[in-house]
Write a protein that binds this ligand. Structure first.
Ligand SMILES: [Fe+2]
Length: 573
C-alpha cells in the first residue's frame, strides 16, 4: 500500500511517502522552494517523494493529512468569538484565510495530486506527532508524550504505543500550551516566533535562572504534571499580533529589542529562567506518563521535543532509560506520522522499522556536482577513491580550513547531520567566531555541535550508553562535556560546559564516520565541528548548484560535493 503523508499551512510544510509500512522518502518543502519554514502546500516535496519511487498520484492508495482542519477551524473561531470585541480584526483575518484556503484542503489535495476525495484521510494533529515517534522507534511498547504550541485543540498529550496500536489517553488543551509559553518569551527576547526558540536555548547558558519564581507566576504545574497558564499575562488567544499582555510587561519589563547586545545580563537571565521552567514542566510531564504507563521507554514528538537541553535532563533525572525522538519532531515530521498512523493503525500493515538515520531527502549524482562547479567557473578536483578524497579533506581541516560537505540524501528535520554540513576543526577556540562571523553570518552566542564517532563518545561527553540513544544521532540531546575534554574541543563546548553532541555511526554515515576517524588519526581528536550548510535566514542547501552558490557567498574555503572538492578562485587545488 502506498500512503502519502502531508503537513502544511502552519509552518514547515512537508511530505512523506510510506510504502508497505516502511518510510521511503520524506522532506520539508523549504528545501525545494528555498523559502525558510515554507508553510504553503508542499507541491515540490510531494513531487520528490513520488518521483523517488517512480509513482504518480494515481498510484497512491491514500493521501493522509496531519490534522483535522474543521476541528482546528472550530478552535480558532471559538477563541476569537470569546474574545470579541478586542479580536474583531483577528476574526475577519482568520475567517478569510481559512475559507479561502485552509478549509478547502480536501479539494486542494484532490486537484494537485489527482486522487479521489474518498481516498483522503485526516488524522488528529497529536496522533500524527505520536505516530511519528512511536512507529519510527525501536520499541515494541513505550510511553508517548507529545508537546507543541497547539494542534486542533490539544497542546500536550500522554499515551501508550504497543505493537500496531498508538493511543493518546490524556490531554491538555489550548490555550494552556508549553510551546506557546516558550514562544511568548521568544518574542519578548526579541526573536522571531517559530524560528528563534533555538536562540533562547542558546542564550540561556549566558544567564542564571534567577527569575524562575516570576515565571511560575504566569504558569502553574500540578502534581500530576498538568499545567495551566495564567491567561491574564498572555494575548495569543485573542491576537495575531501579540503573544503577551500589558500585565506580562508589568511583571517582566520592556522587551528586548533585536539590537540589544546578546550579553545583556537581564535578558540572558530571563532566557535561563524560561528554559529552566520549560525543563521542569517537561520533567513533570515525563514523570506523569511514566507513572501512568509503567514504561521506562519514552517516545516524544512536537516542537518542544526539539528542546535538546530538556531531553538530556530526561535521561539524567527521570526513570526513563530509553528515549526516542525522530529528527523532524516538529510539525513537518507529522507528515510521516500521519502516513505511518494510517499504515499501522488503520490498515494494520506490518513492516516495523527503526529510523536510526535522517537521510530521507533528495540525492544528486557526481555529474551534477561537476556541472555545478564547472558552470560557476571554480577550480575542482574529482577523486576516484574515497581514501584520497577523505585524506585531502582532512588535510584541509587540519590546516584550519572551513569545509562545505554535501553527500547523499539530505536530512529530514532541522539539523544537518553530515550530509549537508559545514565542518571545521573544533580544537581551535577561534573557530567558533570564524564560522559564526565569516561563514554563517549569525549571532555569536549560538553554539556549534561536535560530531563524534560512536566509539569515541565517552572520551568527550558524559553520555552513558551513547550508542543506545538514537536522539543523540540527531543532535537532540545536550550532555556535559567531560571536564578534561573542554579545552580539547573549545569550539564545540558551550559556555556552560555542555555540548549538543552528534553521535556518528559507521553503518548509517560511512563516509562522514571515516572522515572524522581519519581526522582523529591525524590530530588525536576524532571530533569535528558540524553546523548546517546554509547562511543566516536561508534553508539548508539541497542541490550542488545551491551548495556552490552558498560557498561563493561566504568565507568557506573548500567544498566537498560527493567525490569532488571545489575550491575558491586562485586558491590551492
Ligand atoms: Fe504540532
Amino acid at each position: 500500500m502506498n500512503l502519502l503523508g502531508i503537513s502544511c499551512y502552519f509552518h514547515d510544510s512537508a511530505a512523506a511517502l510510506v510504502c508497505d509500512g516502511l518510510l521511503t522518502a520524506a522532506a520539508e518543502e523549504e528545501r525545494f522552494s528555498r523559502i525558510k519554514h515554507d508553510f504553503g502546500f508542499p507541491d515540490r516535496a510531494i513531487r520528490f517523494c513520488l518521483d523517488h519511487r517512480g509513482l504518480s498520484g494515481r498510484d497512491l492508495d491514500y493521501v493522509v493529512f496531519f490534522e483535522k482542519p474543521f476541528v482546528k477551524f472550530e478552535r480558532i473561531l471559538s477563541t476569537v468569538v470569546a474574545a470579541v470585541p478586542w479580536s474583531s480584526g483577528v476574526f475577519s483575518q482568520a475567517m478569510t484565510a481559512w475559507l479561502l484556503d485552509k478549509l478547502w484542503i480536501k479539494n486542494r489535495i484532490r486537484e494537485r495530486i489527482g486522487i479521489p476525495a474518498d481516498r483522503i484521510l485526516f488524522i488528529p494533529h497529536h496522533l500524527s506527532h505520536a505516530a511519528s515517534a512511536f512507529f519510527c522507534s525501536p520499541f515494541q511498547r513505550a510511553a508517548i508524550l507529545t508537546v507543541d504550541g497547539v494542534g486542533e485543540w490539544t497542546t500536550t498529550a500522554l499515551g501508550l504505543g504497543e505493537g500496531n496500536s498508538c493511543r493518546l489517553t490524556d490531554e491538555l488543551r489550548f490555550p494552556h500550551s508549553l510551546g506557546l509559553l516558550y514562544s511568548a518569551f521568544t518574542a519578548f527576547l526579541g526573536f522571531e516566533v517559530n524560528e528563534g526558540e533555538y536562540k533562547v536555548m542558546g542564550m540561556a547558558p549566558y544567564g542564571t535562572p534567577c527569575y524562575v519564581d516570576k515565571i511560575w507566576q504566569v504558569v502553574h504545574q500540578a502534581s500530576d504534571g498538568s499545567f495551566e497558564l495564567d491567561l491574564d499575562y498572555f494575548s495569543f488567544h485573542y491576537s495575531t499580533r501579540h503573544t503577551y499582555s500589558q500585565r506580562f510587561l508589568s511583571l517582566f519589563g520592556a522587551p528586548r529589542t533585536p539590537v540589544t547586545p546578546f550579553d545583556n545580563q537581564y535578558y540572558a537571565d530571563i532566557a535561563a529562567s524560561i528554559q529552566r521552567v520549560t525543563e521542569e514542566l517537561v520533567l513533570g510531564l515525563v514523570n506523569a506518563v511514566h507513572a501512568k504507563t509503567g514504561s521506562t521507554a519514552l517516545c516524544m514528538a512536537g516542537g518542544v521535543a526539539l528542546n535538546s537541553v530538556a531531553n538530556g535532563r530526561i535521561l539524567r533525572e527521570t526513570p526513563i532509560r530509553q528515549l526516542y525522538i525522530q529528527p523532524s519532531a516538529g510539525d513537518g515530521g507529522a507528515a510521516a506520522g500521519a502516513a505511518l498512523y494510517a499504515a499501522r493503525v488503520l490498515f494494520d500493515e506490518p513492516g516495523r522499522f527503526t529510523m536510526d538515520h535522517a537521510f530521507w531527502g533528495e540525492a544528486h549524482d557526481g555529474a551534477a556536482a561537476v556541472a555545478a562547479a564547472a558552470s560557476a567557473g571554480l577550480p575542482f578536483v574529482t577523486y576516484s577513491d574515497e581514501e584520497s578524497l577523505v585524506a585531502r579533506a582532512v588535510e584541509l581541516l587540519v590546516t584550519g580550513r572551513v569545509l562545505g560537505w554535501s553527500q547523499g540524501r539530505f536530512e529530514w528535520g532541522p539539523r544537518a547531520l553530515g550530509n549537508r554540513s559545514i565542518l571545521a576543526d573544533p580544537r581551535r577556540a577561534d573557530m567558533k567566531d570564524i564560522v559564526n562571523s565569516k561563514i554563517k553570518f549569525r549571532e555569536p552566542y549560538r553554539p556549534f555541535a561536535p560530531s563524534v564517532p560512536i566509539g569515541s563518545i565517552e572520551r568527550y561527553v558524559d553520555l552513558p550508553n551513547a550508542a543506545e540513544h538514537l536522539p543523540a544521532r540527531f543532535m537532540l540531546l545536550v550532555a556535559p562535556v567531560r571536564e578534561d575534554a573542554q579545552d580539547v574541543i573549545p569550539a564545540t563546548t558551550h559556555v556552560d560546559g555542555s555540548a549538543r553532541v552528534q553521535v556518528v555511526a559507521p553503518d548509517t554515515s560511512p563516509r562522514y564516520h571515516r572522515l572524522i576517524t581519519v581526522f582523529g588519526e591525524a590530530t588525536g581528536v576524532p571530533v569535528l565541528l558540524n553546523t548546517s550548510f546554509n547562511l543566516r535566514g536561508e534553508p539548508i542547501v539541497n542541490t550542488p548548484a545551491e551548495a556552490v552558490s552558498t560557498f561563493q557567498r561566504c568565507g568557506m574555503d573548500a567544498l566537498v560535493l560527493g567525490e569532488t572538492i571545489v575550491f575558491k578562485e586562485g586558491s590551492h587545488t
